[in-house]
Design a binder for this molecule. Structure first.
Ligand code: GLV
Ligand code: MN
Ligand code: MN
Length: 414
């Protein structure tokens, strides 16, 4: 295992280097298109070039490196993850998959053997969707499903995606041609931390992902009447925050009654013109609902919409409901997943199949390519939090499994 531990240590060094590139002085935040993002991306591109790969940055800001096969008509196998982060993030969510991918490809380059298929290593520019409240900007472009309506979306400062891309030096008209044609895809592979507690509790370093939960994201605005906190009698108020509070608790209650296959979260709450002596007149909140069961996801969505309307009607408060994003649950490819599970077994680990509650770039990619994902245990399942942590030995285990997986694919390729 020594060799793998050494490789894992080199991977961790790069993860730490990237984690030092942040919008904040106090933590790690590297959202799409910011100066920190551009600096992080440059670092990743430099590493890819040092590894002897041909690189380029595409119009949505993904860094792409190719290891080209001499085979005429060869298909492309994509290894990828993302380099954007949430606010006050952990350092492994995304970057670990990119840096490990680079390590895997470097081994293949250094072997000096020609590949039977092309490998494209991609550092996706936006998976988290923090800046524009919509996910998968990078992978949607690669999958050819990027909708130009997204270009008009505005960030918190009123900058549109078009303006951000222009500032990044992108040529927007190139977006469609940056997709990999459906016929060129051989497969997609991503290594990612589990972001949940199963592997930690079961004392197993890696897992094979079988499916990724579907999700819906909604923005809800409760509008009542702002007023004087000292003079308006309690019975005469239209307090938007009280309506929102009722909704937040109702969401939790609803999800608890379906907790085997459903999670629902209100993660953002904005009180407009908030002050301690003002009755809140307008409050907006986010809603994030996820399930692996498409029907349950849909019925929950409709039920929570109805709940919001009835909470508003009882006060009365106006409710505006705006569906921001939805993705259906997706299945990982049975063929690739079987090879991955076999690689886990051959590496000496128990095979644990897991459904991912977190979203991943494999969701849009699954529309055009078979996908497979390897999860790596993280400390207590903590993620989207600076406490996110992964043991060196677990990264070493993941590299061993992934080497075996890629070698099997190379061997099996016609
Ligand atoms: C991405 O991390 C998500 O699942 O929200
Ligand atoms: Mn991620
Ligand atoms: Mn994340």
């Amino acid at each position: 295992m020594t060799d793998y531990v050494q490789r894992a240590a080199a991977v961790l060094e790069k993860i730490n280097e990237l984690a030092a590139i942040s919008e904040d002085a106090t933590g790690l935040t590297r959202t799409f298109g910011t100066d920190a993002f551009l600096a992080g991306r440059r670092r990743v591109q430099d590493w890819m070039e040092l590894a002897g790969l041909q690189t380029r940055v595409d119009a949505i800001g993904n860094v792409r490196a190719r290891f080209v096969s001499p085979n005429a008509g060869a298909k492309t196998f994509v290894i990828a993850s993302h380099i954007d982060t949430v606010v006050n993030a952990g350092k492994f969510d995304g970057p670990m998959g990119v840096v490990m991918g680079l390590d895997l490809v470097t081994r293949l380059v250094e072997s000096g053997k020609p590949l039977p298929f092309h490998i494209e290593l991609i550092a996706f520019s936006d998976e988290e969707g923090v800046r524009f409240h919509t996910t998968y900007l990078g992978s949607k472009v690669i999958a050819g499903s990027f909708d130009n309506a997204l270009l008009d979306k505005k960030d918190a400062f009123g900058m549109t995606l078009t303006e951000v891309l222009q500032r990044m030096g992108s040529t927007i008209t190139d977006l469609p041609s940056d997709a990999l044609a459906p016929a060129d895809w051989l497969g997609y592979f991503e290594i990612h931390i589990e972001q949940g507690p199963v592997l930690y509790e079961r004392h197993v370093p890696v897992a094979v992902v079988t499916a990724i939960a579907g999700q819906k994201r909604v923005e809800i605005t409760f509008t009542g009447m702002a007023g004087h906190a000292g003079t308006v009698p309690m019975a005469m108020r239209q307090d938007a925050l009280c309506a929102a509070a009722g909704f937040v608790l109702a969401v939790e209650q609803f999800a608890l009654t379906h907790k085997d296959n459903l999670v629902a979260t209100v993660g953002k709450l904005t009180v407009v013109n908030a002050a301690s002596n003002v009755i809140p007149g307008e409050v907006s909140c986010s809603l994030d609902v996820r399930s692996n069961d498409a029907d349950l996801l849909e019925t929950t969505y409709l039920a929570l919409h109805e709940l919001a309307i009835s909470i508003g009607a009882n006060r009365p408060i106006r409710v505006n409901w705006n569906l921001i994003q939805e993705t259906a649950p997706v299945l990982c490819d049975t063929g690739l997943t079987t090879v991955l599970a076999k690689s886990i077994q051959e590496s000496g680990y128990d095979v644990i199949p897991l459904v991912s509650g977190a979203g991943h770039d494999g969701v849009p990619i699954s529309q055009v390519s078979p996908i497979a994902m390897l999860f790596v245990r993280c400390y207590k399942g903590i993620s989207h939090n600076p406490l996110e942590d992964v043991e060196l030995a677990d990264m070493a285990a993941a590299l061993r499994v992934a080497d075996t997986f890629l070698d099997s694919l190379i061997e099996q390729y016609p």
